[in-house]
Design a protein around this ligand. Structure first.
Ligand SMILES: C[S@@+](CC[C@H](N)C(=O)[O-])C[C@H]1O[C@@H](n2cnc3c(N)ncnc32)[C@H](O)[C@@H]1O
Length: 285
């Protein structure tokens, strides 16, 4: 199995391979596993199972589910390749506890990870249900690590997302007469055709504000809520093609401190680390 890098500097800055954004996020997960002596982890939205080797090589027993049957097949195949029990990966949607009963029966778990799941659950009621279900999958005192896409990063991208964030979020309640002046001024200043208008992720939907998300977790009863920024950008992404190796090395260096205030603007994603409440006996996982 792969050995797990324990810091950003241990991940080679090879710009010919995809940027290993999630590997940076997983440092927080594996560090918490070590600190708490966690033994079990459930990955919600396990997808292709790309994270399984990282978690398993940290000594965790890994379980998972995904709401896409094709992804369940992929994660089972990856588990088999890693000589992990493939039947620990099942079908289920985080929004409906009846659908992941098979996985829940193997829990509750010490740790829960969900990458790329909550951006697909934007509406308040299903989100509340999802967070309640995260709590129910965890042991009292267990930790959740949930990924969100950072809407504040759009203030650094100088593209159509910047325009949408300013017009739809910041100035949503400003009179139309002012908004139209601002819109006309901004359009020629910004890269309005970036990202391309067709393909995945073409609107601001799916992004979340890291100043608002922690409250969702405290309202759902979680404690010790922490925001960890990752997938840093050393410049607006449209400039990265000018010096891919240089930008990549600079991005790596920024990943070293996910708690830095800069992450609020330079990181395109963030994790919420949150603890399920302890039970009355004060037991920890
Ligand atoms: C970005 S992918 C994560 C991939 C995975 N972590 C990996 O490394 O291969 C997100 C996954 O979440 C799954 N997903 C989306 N909404 C979900 C939900 N409500 N419940 C469970 N899985 C969900 C998708 O099918 C997809 O496989």
């Amino acid at each position: 199995m792969n050995s797990v890098p324990t810091s950003a500097s241990q991940i080679a800055p090879d710009h010919t391979t995809p940027y290993p954004a999630n590997a940076f996020a997983f440092h927080s997960v594996t560090a918490t596993a070590r600190e708490t002596g966690a033994k079990t982890l459930v990955e919600v939205g396990v997808g292709h199972g790309n994270a399984l080797s990282t978690f398993a090589s940290s000594g965790l027993e890994v379980f998972g589910f995904d709401n896409n049957p094709e992804m369940v097949g992929n994660s089972q195949a990856k588990a088999a390749e890693l000589r992990l029990p493939a039947d620990r990966f099942a079908l289920g949607s985080l929004e409906d506890e009846a659908t992941f009963a098979e996985t829940a029966a193997s829990g509750p778990f010490d740790l829960l990870v969900a990458m790329g799941v909550l951006p697909h659950i934007p509406d308040p009621a299903p989100r509340r249900a999802a967070l309640t279900n995260v709590r129910s999958l965890l042991k009292p005192g267990g930790y959740a690590f949930i990924e969100f896409r950072n809407s504040l990063f759009s203030l650094f991208t100088f593209n159509r997302y910047t325009f949408e964030f300013i017009m739809d979020d910041l100035l949503a309640e400003v009179p139309e007469s002012i908004r139209s002046v601002v819109a006309a001024d901004l359009r020629p200043r910004l890269e309005m055709e970036r990202p391309p208008r067709s393909g995945p992720g073409v609107t601001m939907s799916g992004f979340d504000n890291p100043l608002e998300v922690p409250a969702l977790f405290t309202e759902a009863g979680f404690t010790d809520v922490e925001t960890i920024y990752f997938h840093f950008h050393a410049g607006p992404p449209f400039l990265e093609e000018r010096d891919p190796a240089g930008f990549r090395a600079a991005c790596h260096a920024l990943e070293e401190d996910g708690s830095s205030w800069r992450g609020m603007f330079l990181a395109s994603a963030f994790l919420i680390k949150a603890r399920a409440p302890l039970d009355d006996s004060g037991n920890t996982p």
